[in-house]
Ligand binder design. Structure first.
Ligand code: PEP
Ligand code: MN
Length: 337
């Protein structure tokens, strides 16, 4: 249930109202928007008398929200969320590009890619230190050393860093990480999500391989229910029947659907979606046109020798070409989206 307050409601009136709601055993989510304040009621609202709340002098309207996701719901928070990733903003008209190798392989590899992507206008550096590989015999990442190398690259370039967590026991290692990624395979690792809900770092939550949009939003809700509202959603392609020419199927319709359902920013990862560097630029441009708040692409200076996901990695020059095209499409769309 949400209660929209009248514009002239005082802070004292708002507090006495929210105190009363808390006394009824509910959690309260307050959204102080540009035009209105929305009080979201979280918990068992079945016993709450909506007519009684509607009759209060400071209440303009009351609506029941049947969706199971509350904090992530746009009805609870009508304005777009803008998430500050150590100075890089994303959402609410702020567009950000995250790029870097699939895996951190060495200091030389990472710093050279970091310098190049920065030159081409990238906003944040990505790189996997803990890698969720299908085979236990494949490269599993440099782990703690990989995070150290990311921190070094951040110090050199000033780019905030994004890297994946697989186990909440590793959280101590993520102290200087700016954005923590939850990979597709862990989207429903609820214990991990609950732990991330206790942190105050932005979380890039990738969509599960075959997760519905509702399941994805419920995973965001797990993080937000713990008190961490800084969730960025990342569509990275879903499993369908045809994997012959593309690795996954990029669900671009998720962008407008999510824009309607949630206030959280949406990023598109065309690299894991297509699995081929040949298709990354087209899908990146389509994502921009669909209204995405950002992109995440894999970049490697020597894709053929990459330890992971070389086929889908752009070279720095290809990344630069994609970035020029992204800027052109964003300019062409000004005032339209
Ligand atoms: C990654 O970003 O390198 C990754 C493993 O992605 P996903 O979880 O989407 O497969
Ligand atoms: Mn990868």
């Amino acid at each position: 249930m949400i209660a929209i307050l009248k514009p002239n409601t005082t802070a004292e009136q708002q507090k006495s109202f929210t105190d009363w709601l808390k006394n009824q055993g509910l959690d309260v989510h307050i959204s102080n928007g540009q035009f209105q304040t929305v009080i979201g009621l979280i918990g068992d609202t079945t016993k709450i008398d909506a007519d009684l709340i509607a009759s209060l002098s400071m209440v303009e309207a009351v609506r029941r929200v049947s969706d199971p996701f509350k904090s992530a719901n746009r009805k609870f928070h009508p304005d777009d969320s803008v998430i500050d990733c150590s100075g890089v903003k994303i959402g609410g008209g702020n567009f950000a590009v995250i790029a870097g190798p699939c895996s951190v392989e060495s200091e030389e590899q990472l710093t050279s890619i970091a310098r190049d992507v920065k030159t081409f206008g990238c906003d944040m550096l990505r790189g996997g230190a803990f890698k969720p590989r299908t085979s236990p015999y494949d490269f599993q990442g440099l782990k703690a050393e990989g995070i150290e190398l990311l921190i070094k690259a951040k110090k050199e370039t000033g780019l905030p860093i994004v890297t994946e967590i697989m186990n909440a026991n590793h959280l101590d290692l993520f102290e200087e990480v700016d954005v923590i990624q939850v990979g597709a395979r862990n989207m429903q690792n609820f214990e991990l999500l609950k732990e991330l809900g206790k942190t105050n770092k932005p979380i890039l939550l990738k969509r599960g391989l075959s997760s519905t949009i509702k399941e994805w939003l419920m995973s965001a809700e797990y993080i937000m229910a713990g008190g961490n509202e800084k969730v960025i959603l990342c569509e990275r392609g879903i499993r369908t029947f045809d994997s012959q020419y593309t690795r996954n199927c990029l669900d671009l319709s998720a962008v407008p659907v999510l824009k309607e359902l949630t206030h959280l920013p949406v990023v598109i990862d065309p690299s894991h979606a297509t699995g081929s560097s040949k298709y990354v630029k087209s899908m990146a441009l389509a994502a921009v046109a669909a209204g995405a708040d950002g992109l995440m692409t894999e970049v490697h200076s020597d894709p053929i020798n990459a330890l992971c996901d070389g086929a889908q990695s752009l070279t720095p020059e290809q990344f630069g070409d994609m970035m020029n095209a992204v800027v052109s499409v964003r300019n062409a769309l000004k005032g339209i989206l």
